[in-house]
Design a protein around this ligand. Structure first.
Ligand SMILES: [Zn+2]
Length: 284
């Protein structure tokens, strides 16, 4: 009897070991799938006060803006082994969005380079243009209705700017909606209420699970009509700790709280990476 008990005990331990072992294998292989195919990754890169977002899907890379410092975004992209950016989008030519762009242009192979038709007199802008000229890369003017090709299961559509000229440079901001199967993301640059109203008037589908708030959470953006139409579950604010502008503004935070939107902030959370499998979005 004793030896039978011993036999049962050994059998139980063996079954447990096999279970644990195969359990390990399957969780390992899941993580391999996660980091390569059938997922979209959206990196809201911590660039201090500014914007820079990397979207990776179907082995393609799309970069929106490049922060204010020359090296931050370049180092981040290199850390991920990136050599080619299939698309680069400049939302608008303010330093906190294009400061690092000259370095990006000089360090990566770029497929298409989109920017709104707006020229500025700053060094960042001049450096960006010089770098583009050096590699003979042309700017494709970004305007509403334009679609980008990021491969299967992806739809990328520019929904702003909807006009040729604005008093406020922020309103030239390229606004991009990215859909991956059943999940949707909206990227708004620094578009203010005027541009938001134009988007609503044009009737574009802007519903999104994740909204990158306009203008670093400033009260000049995220009007209640716009927020209601986007109806996000998650909001991301890209801003610097203790910035001079008081971003994000209290009014914006209250609107998000009232709608029970989950909020991530680069000033508090650092770089935020969201992963979509096409149906579910998770924070890495
Ligand atoms: Zn900005």
């Amino acid at each position: 009897m004793d030896s039978f008990k011993r036999f049962l005990c050994i059998l139980a331990i063996s079954v447990l070991c096999i279970f644990l072992f195969t359990g390990c294998i399957s969780s390992k292989s899941t993580s391999i799938i996660t980091s390569s195919k059938d997922k979209m990754l959206v990196h809201y890169i911590d660039v201090g006060q500014g914007d820079s977002i990397l979207i990776q899907v179907n082995n393609k890379n799309l970069l929106i803006d490049a922060g204010s410092k020359s090296s931050t975004v370049t180092s981040y992209l290199k850390k991920f082994g990136i050599k080619t950016l299939d698309y680069v989008i400049v939302t608008h030519p303010h330093d906190d969005h294009i400061g690092g762009m000259s370095s990006v242009i000089s360090n990566f192979n770029i497929g298409h380079f989109y920017a709104p038709k707006k020229i500025t007199n700053t060094n960042s802008f001049k450096n960006m243009v010089v770098s583009l000229n050096k590699i003979k890369l042309q700017i494709t003017p970004a305007k509403a209705g334009e679609k980008l090709d990021m491969g299967k299961n992806i739809k990328c559509i520019i929904v702003a700017p909807n006009n040729d000229s604005y008093k406020e440079t922020n309103n030239y901001s390229v606004v991009l909606r990215v859909s991956y199967i059943n999940t949707n993301f909206l990227f708004t640059g620094d578009a203010e209420t005027l541009s938001e109203e134009e988007i609503l008037k044009k009737g574009y589908n802007i519903k999104a699970d994740v909204l990158k708030l306009g203008h670093h959470g400033s009260n000049t953006s995220t009007s209640i009509n716009f927020l209601n139409e986007v109806n996000p579950k998650v909001a991301v604010i890209s801003c610097g700790k203790g910035n001079d502008y008081g971003h994000p503004h209290k009014e914006t935070l209250t609107k998000l709280k009232d709608k029970n939107v989950i909020l991530y902030r680069t000033d508090l959370d650092g770089t935020i990476i969201l992963e979509s499998d096409g149906n579910k979005i998770t924070k890495r």
